[in-house]
Write a protein that binds this ligand. Structure first.
Ligand code: AMP
Length: 281
């Protein structure tokens, strides 16, 4: 069925109130559009008999640095709506920039903790303030009972959980597993930027992370295992921003002899395209 199109906060709020009055649970799936099977999998995870699923589509300017791809970020709205119709999503919230950032807007949500561990934040220093601010606003506008985020953006997931906890936001934050292409590459709206040759090379990322995680599991020191992986990525043609094993709960650098669960996280560039991925160790 065709999802309802909610073009502004007023229509969103009215619809959510009506659903809640009927006893429905409301689930929000925030996205920037250019939807793929990874996004659709998140909608499936939150669907349920008494649940109404809203997918927001908003390319959030404040999470892009001036040098990044905001203006050329893929915008495929009609195709996105068709995918959401096929997935039986009940509504699409598609606000304009002025609905999130009206003239005179002057507030930023800044998260520390997992947002300041020297991974994405080291290379995109203004990114998580933009993410936290827009997600906080989407939570207040939609007032969902649950919201779901992909493990694909693992640090982002941790940042949003931290924010929701710290600000007592009355929303349950769920995590969806990373959906991958047949060759293992994590699905991403940015994969379409890759040339055919770079697209082939990109599959080296999941091979390397799989091997490094296996080596750490087998007892190899994480620093050495990551150094080996970094060398392989570089040889394959990547400019690597980081490949690190971190505490899976806090993203802190693990101490000597640490026994807590680890997460292996990577960011690497192929030409102008920056790819990120992560797996449990
Ligand atoms: P984006 O549109 O890139 O901002 O992503 C919207 C949501 O989809 C975020 O919570 C992402 O973590 C999630 N997501 C993106 N790619 C994938 C994937 N391959 N598998 C699962 N979730 C994903």
């Amino acid at each position: 069925m065709q999802p309802l199109l909610l073009p502004d906060p007023a229509s969103l709020r009215a619809q959510v109130s009506a659903w809640r009055a009927e006893g429905h649970r409301v689930a929000l799936v925030p996205t920037m559009g250019a939807l793929h099977e990874g996004h659709v999998s998140l909608t499936r995870r939150v669907q349920g008999p008494r649940t109404k699923v809203i997918v927001s589509i908003f390319v959030n300017p404040t999470q892009f640095a001036p040098t990044e791809d905001f203006s050329k970020y893929p915008r495929t709205f009609d195709d996105d709506v068709a995918k959401l119709a096929a997935a039986d999503v009940q509504a699409v919230y598609a606000p304009q920039v002025q609905h999130l950032y009206p003239d005179g807007f002057a507030t930023t949500v800044t998260v520390a903790g997992p947002a300041t561990v020297g991974l994405e934040d080291r290379f995109r220093p203004t990114h998580f303030a933009g993410v936290a601010t827009v997600v906080c606003k989407l939570f207040t506008q939609a007032a969902p009972d649950v919201a779901i985020f992909g493990e694909k953006d693992y640090q982002q997931l941790m940042v949003i959980r931290q924010m929701a906890r710290d600000l007592d936001l009355p929303v349950e934050v769920l995590a969806g597993a990373t959906i991958r292409e047949p060759d293992g590459l994590a699905m991403s709206s940015r994969n379409r930027y890759l040339s055919p040759q770079d697209r082939q090379t990109a599959a080296v990322i999941p091979q390397v992370t799989g091997d490094v995680a296996a080596a750490i599991r087998a007892g190899r020191d994480p620093i050495h295992a990551c150094a080996g992986g970094l060398q392989r990525l570089t040889q394959a043609g990547f400019a690597v921003d980081y490949l690190e094993a971190r505490d899976a709960a806090t993203l802190a650098v693990p101490g000597d002899g640490a026994t807590r669960a680890l997460r292996l996280l990577v960011a690497a560039r192929l030409g102008a395209t920056r790819l990120i991925d992560n797996i449990a160790v």
